[in-house]
Write a protein that binds this ligand. Sequence first.
Ligand code: AMP
Ligand code: MG
Length: 663
Amino acid sequence: MSENRKPRSGKESDLLSRVRAAARQEQFLEVVSAEEAKARFERHLDLRPLPAEMVDLAAARTRVLTRDVVAAVDAPPFDRSIVDGFAVRAVDTVGASNGNPKMLTLNAEVIVCGHMPIVPIAMGTCTAIATGGVIPRGADAVVMIEQTELVEEGAPRIELSRAATPGQFVSYAGSDIARGETLLRRGTRIGAREIGMLAACGLDRIEVVRRPIVAVLSTGDELVEPGKPLKPAGVYDSNGAIVAAAIAEAGGEPLMLGSFPDDAAVLENAVREALAASDIVVLSGGTSKGAGDLSHRVVSQLGKPGILVHGVALKPGKPLCLGVIGHKPIVVLPGFPTSAIFAFHAFVAPVIRARAGLSPEAAETITARVPVRVASELGRREFVLVSLVQGEGGPVAFPTGKGSGAVTSFSQADGFFEIDALASALEADSHARVTLINGAAHVPDLVIMGSHDVALDVVVGGLADRGFSARTIAVGSLGGVAAASRGECDIAPVHLIDPASGQYNKYLATSGLSLVPGWRRMQGLLFRLGDTRFVGRSAQEALKIVLADVSALMVNRNAGAGTRVLIDKLLDGARPPGYSNQPKSHNAVAAAIVQGRADWGVAIESVAKLYGLGFLPASPEDYDFLVVEDRRERPAVQAFLAVLRDEQIRARVRALGMEPSDD
Ligand code: AMP
Ligand code: MG
């Protein structure tokens, strides 16, 4: 009678074996520490710079010099004038002044660039000379044309009203670059300035380190090449692009091979070709779940020594796989974009830099306060990406909190800090050592923390046009209020209804915070066009229908969101199916409805339009700005307030479906 005794159908056992395979994968990982992983990898690597090659100067930018460059010529190659004027003997000008000008006879020559002078400067004579002209024999100084008067009667002469010192306005041969001088050191990465110096020495070709060719392969049935339309359940291959760009930044030459389906035979072929065509192979994806550990299996069949590490005690980055085939490193990065790029910077970039002849990158760090508690898994070293803002007592680091699947968490972060493998959390208000990601942290002129809105981007754009940079950190309305009261931001956009008065935002303007009106936006029900439970009805009617319909699945919002407060008010205690599905943005609500994971939800009208969904207006809400009073007089805050009142900006806000408020 029990189901266990029934013989299984082929379909069922196939399903079960697939589920088992999927569940088993994490156990394949033999997790080692980051240090151990690096040591094992490096034991098999040749980290010397690759051999040299000659390149044209025009192609030398970003390349690395193999040897010191010694100047073979002087620059300038001769003594030359640095002004327009007259070449003179300084001794002939002694005592010249306005009241007592000296007369000098003009030689019958005008010295211009590119021509050797012919007439020497004899006592009491001078020769007209252009900037860059060769100083003639006998001359030791140049006087500026402005300090002379041409006398045209009789033999041509000049009247000189100022004495010249020897060497005046003369640039001597070799004073810029001296023959025999070491101009550039080996290991230097060539930029525009270096190219200028090499050209000034007359070099048209230069010896540089050959760039390591690094093959890039993405894996996953879901991947779609950027530029092509997204298919259902598809995601764009972003790892390929970011890894290729990071390879170039690390001094390598990316060889982008595209994305490959989760098919062992296809992938093995591609990786073999990649190994033949490159110095280093980097794959991403297929290291843990989903593909049944595909990349790892493929790499393990390619040759010796093979896989050295599979699993590193790092977060993000755990399912990393490091191997060497012959002498070529092969790395499988985790599929999640943030994990992939972290693992790349930790394990692959240093190898590329070394092979490219570059020295290891020196990480720049600062100390910052972390205002919130950050939980961490015991036994894994965890990296936490942060946005930096300037607090009262120094820099403050906010975890960006988007998780390892996010592409933007790495791109938009200012840096990251580490939580030791032996710690289970970093307590609130601890200080952390933050490694900066893009060199020096750029401190923005204005920090905006709170609820995000599409029209806010218009205002920030208006600020940028006025020369002010702003950082917006989306932490939700409540998060914004907290940040503003702690003085961690200048402005907090909020839309919170006061349950007592039913009024928006006004109750938040407590001591130290004032409220500046923003705009009114319409919140309402989102649904797929054609859904007869909604079409042609009011929000209240539609709500009544879906609450009585058990097949109607809603999508809610996260606690702390202003929209959530509204949803709970509309539901008035009801808990329809889907209530516990609580994504964190208007966009996620719209996507869930478009893709059929839910039938209805609450979001703003502009988002409904953006996703081609139907919209029933339910409640207008005020999206306003809390301004930290202490900071109101700052130029960037003043500019923000001015932009809010700017008629052109208000028109653009209106075009997005918002109604700008009056003071
Ligand atoms: P995997 O490591 O293949 O199991 O992939 C883990 C996650 O990363 C999945 O959500 C993938 O869709 C995502 N992912 C894998 N490769 C890429 C890629 N090249 N670009 C963007 N996301 C990816
Ligand atoms: Mg995959």
